[in-house]
Ligand binder design. Structure first.
Ligand SMILES: [Zn+2]
Length: 64
């Protein structure tokens, strides 16, 4: 799976999962963390913090 904006290849499972979580649950196209941060006009570190949050919470089945 590649980033639909910058074309970055081999997006990680985290990148796919956070995109589904924050943007579109049924997404078939994805953004990498960098482009997602730009999309939300926030810092990349905030996206990463959100990934960590969902991962640590253990409640989100998108993060396995
Ligand atoms: Zn990208």
């Amino acid at each position: 799976m590649n980033c639909k904006k910058c074309g970055k290849e081999n997006l990680s499972g985290d990148e796919l999962a956070i995109y589904r979580k924050l943007v579109n649950r049924g997404a078939t196209e994805f953004l990498c963390i960098d482009c997602l941060a730009e999309f939300f006009k926030c810092d990349k570190s905030e996206i990463e913090a959100r990934i960590k949050y969902y991962r640590d919470s253990g409640e989100c089945t998108l993060f396995v």
